[in-house]
Design a binder for this molecule. Structure first.
Ligand code: HDE
Length: 720
């Protein structure tokens, strides 16, 4: 076909010489795999083959300069690439979660042991060796999406199981109880905990008046507050956190028998925490501490693992066990009364490829159930059944969020749900209703193997009830307190004292002290002493009972009773040019196989060298802080060097000491310790002659997580 030339003539033809036109082969877009095979090389397609395009696939000539009328003229509306680029950017954010905004996810698998078959017919639990894909999202509750990881807070532990029977979501926390018994109080506790509305401070913490104003009056939160003031609220890592379903579930076996069940995640690395000062320093030194820790562990092949455990209790008409109301989410069932039976293994082995697409868009729901797992009438759980679907509508912009890759069920989906915002399916057929004769009444319902709600009886008068069995607010708070070791109790005292010390209202402090006085007189006295105020009388509150005398539950304490695994533990080794560098290799070969990481720390970057060795420096005294390490080693040859003499080295050792971490010096490294007053006779501090001797004491200490004797001594308590 001939084209008309309008004034351009031969000139215009030259502007687009035929030989420069793209061939059909070149126009084929490069194939790319959105799940690129290598996370280290997220490049899509062959190097050099990618072309920048608009959202419509048009190749872009220049993305650095806007279209203007002349070199100094205004920008033209006609520049579609500019407008598309800016418009898309303007809309890059979606509303963050109102709670649990800050989180980090990972993919993995769950393998069933098969022993749960006697309790549930859920195939992913009941079938031995069945593997189910999962996506897990860990989170803090109060902070906004950009807040720090290591704040004092509850952690979310939400797991999406892509089972062959549909998606099951276990949307739990790292604490087994909750602040409120009824969902209607959830907005209140969250509003009280969030930053004060007029100034939007403080961020991501409960150390302020409105939180303590609420919980000191709303005493059913006393047990959960005790957990929140314990070391559980400052985990060392997501990998060392327990998880809990919190509510009691009703499980149904294939033969129709039902049980009341509490669900637990037990980390194979043990349950460990930071200490408070360490957590605070980490917030500044590395606000991404927990997500980095998880991502690096997975990248390095040290896959975190948890066992799923069940506490199985009889399904009695009153739904209690040993006098504990199983519908009250402020109650635990002590493991000593009902042991946790392990029924499967969760392994996280893949980091998300894209934070937004996966971690931000994953949508959990307590109502995502599979046959064999049922909810109960726990009023908190019932409210959640409403909330999660509702929140996804505003967060993910419509009802089709299950079609997002991260949420897409692996079981076949054939619903009559149609259209709506962000519909990505191209549905065919016309009979989108039932009954239909047009398409043989398909898809058909499955009364035999579909989800059938249990015919549990329901009766009673409508009303805003407050069951008598929900009125004991203090027995389990006391149970938690008396189950803690002396050093853990000291940390709880410190946490209450810190948080109440940050409150301005004396009335609020006094009221909370009266709550503590009701739980335990020693606890109240110690917090009051720290605040410098008298202990008020125990709180009197109409209609509220407890505490009854409580038997300690040793399972609640995090103190290791025996050495644990050291995977993912980080040892920082301070070395200097000309010093003994062999200690690094020794530690790496001895601890590396167990998944521990040994990092070289020096006064300068680049390499440190000695007679015949050169080591790459991974951290300098400028870029590091003690919180990165679970143990600190000072190598021989550092004394009298810039590394040994630096004031930051003294801070590093002092912090590691205060945080109960193993510290070891070999050779003249002892002088570096001596400069901060340590002589190797303190608990968990070791001075050895030579590099060959470092391993013994270090491994033992690392496996116990901290020097508990030292932490106890620092806290001024006897016993561990
Ligand atoms: Fe949630 N919760 N919650 N919650 N929750 C949300 O749902 C809510 C509760 C938990 O990583 C929201 O998708 C109500 C208990 C986790 O995406 C929201 C009540 C437990 C996550 C919501 C509770 C949890 C959420 C916000 C009182 C422990 C993060 C974004 C009845 C068992 C999931 C979203 C993720 C998230 C409501 C109480 C755990 C607003 C109304 C108890 C781990 O729907």
């Amino acid at each position: 076909m001939r084209s008309c030339s309008a004034g351009g003539g031969p000139e215009a033809a030259r502007a687009h010489p035929p030989e420069q036109e793209a061939t059909v082969a070149e126009q084929t877009p490069p194939t790319y795999d959105p799940r690129h095979p290598s996370p280290e090389h997220p490049r899509r397609g062959e190097a050099g083959s990618r072309r920048l395009t608009t959202a419509q696939g048009l190749r872009v000539d220049d993305t650095d300069r806007s279209l203007t009328a002349g070199p100094r003229g205004p920008v033209l509306l006609e520049d579609h690439h500019l407008r598309e680029k800016i418009t898309h950017f303007d809309h890059e954010r979606i509303p963050e979660r109102v709670v649990h905004a800050r989180g980090y996810g990972a993919r993995g698998t769950f393998r069933a042991y098969g022993n749960a078959a006697s309790v549930t017919k859920a195939a992913f639990l009941a079938t031995a060796d069945e593997e189910t894909e999962v996506f897990v999202r860990f989170s803090t509750v109060l902070g906004s999406r950009g807040s720090a990881d290591t704040v004092r807070d509850v952690r979310g532990f939400a797991t999406k199981f892509f089972t062959r029977e549909g998606v099951f979501d276990l949307v739990g926390n790292n604490m087994p109880v909750f602040f409120v018994q009824d969902a209607i109080k959830f907005p209140d506790i969250i509003h009280a905990g969030k930053p004060h509305p007029h100034r939007e401070i403080p961020q991501a913490q409960t150390a302020h008046d409105t939180f303590w104003d609420f919980v000191s009056q709303h005493t059913e939160s006393a047990h959960m507050v005790m957990w929140a003031m314990s070391d559980r609220a400052i985990p060392r890592s997501y990998r060392t956190m327990e998880g809990f379903g919190v509510h009691t579930f009703r499980l149904e076996a294939a033969d129709g028998t039902t049980s009341l069940v509490k669900l637990h995640w037990k980390p194979l690395l043990g349950t460990h925490s930071q200490v408070w000062e360490e957590a605070q320093i980490t917030q500044g030194a590395d606000p991404d501490f927990h997500r980095r820790d998880l991502a690096e562990a997975i990248d390095s092949g040290a896959f975190p693992q948890w066992e799923l455990g069940l506490q199985v209790m009889p399904d009695t008409p009153d739904e209690t066990f040993e006098g504990i109301d199983l519908l009250d989410p402020t109650n635990i069932v002590p493991e000593e009364l009902c042991p946790v039976q392990r029924v499967g293994l969760l392994t996280l082995h893949q980091n998300p490829d894209n934070y937004f697409a996966e971690t931000e868009q994953v949508a959990f729901h307590v109502g995502h159930l599979v046959p064999g797992i049922h909810v109960t009438n726990d009023p908190l759980m019932q409210g959640r059944l409403f909330s999660y679907l509702d929140t996804q509508l505003s967060r993910l912009g419509g009802p089709n969020f299950a079609q997002l890759p991260v949420n897409r069920p692996r079981a076949e989906v054939d619903s009559n749900l149609r259209d709506g915002m962000h519909q990505t399916e191209v549905h065919t057929g016309v009979a989108v209703y039932k009954p239909n004769a047009v398409e043989d009444d398909e898809p058909t319902a499955s009364p035999e193997d579909g989800f059938v709600t249990l015919p549990t009886p329901v009766s009673g008068e409508k009303g805003r009830h407050h069951p008598v069995s929900f009125r004991d607010h203090f027995t389990q708070a006391r149970l938690f307190w008396v189950s803690m070791s002396p050093v853990e109790q000291a940390h709880i005292v410190e946490a209450y004292t810190f948080e109440l010390g940050k409150c301005f209202s004396q009335e609020i402090r006094t009221r909370e002290l009266s709550v503590l006085a009701r739980i335990d007189t020693d606890l109240a006295a110690r917090v009051a002493a720290g605040l410098g105020v008298p202990v008020p009388p125990p709180l009197e509150k109409e209609g509220v009972t407890g505490p009854e005398e409580a038997e300690p539950s040793p399972a609640l304490s995090q103190l290791p009773t025996e050495p644990g695994r050291v995977d993912g533990r980080v040892v920082g080794v301070l070395v200097a040019d000309g010093g003994d560098l062999s200690v690094v290799e020794r530690l790496r070969s001895a601890l590396g196989d167990d998944g521990a990481v040994v990092r070289v720390v020096a006064a300068h970057g680049g390499e440190v060298t000695s007679a015949d060795t050169a080591l790459t420096v991974e951290r300098t005294l400028l870029t590091t802080r003690s919180v990165e390490y679970d143990a600190v080693v000072v190598a021989d040859g550092t004394a009298g060097t810039p590394a040994g003499d630096d004031a930051r080295t003294a801070v590093l050792i002092q912090e590691a000491f205060r945080h109960g971490k193993p510290i070891l010096a070999s050779g003249d490294g002892a002088q570096v310790l001596a400069a901060v007053g340590l002589n190797g006779r303190e608990p968990g501090v070791h001075v050895v002659e030579q590099a060959a001797d470092v391993l013994g004491p270090l491994r033992q200490d690392l496996a116990m997580h901290r020097s508990w004797e030292r932490l106890a001594a620092l806290a001024g308590v006897t016993g561990r």
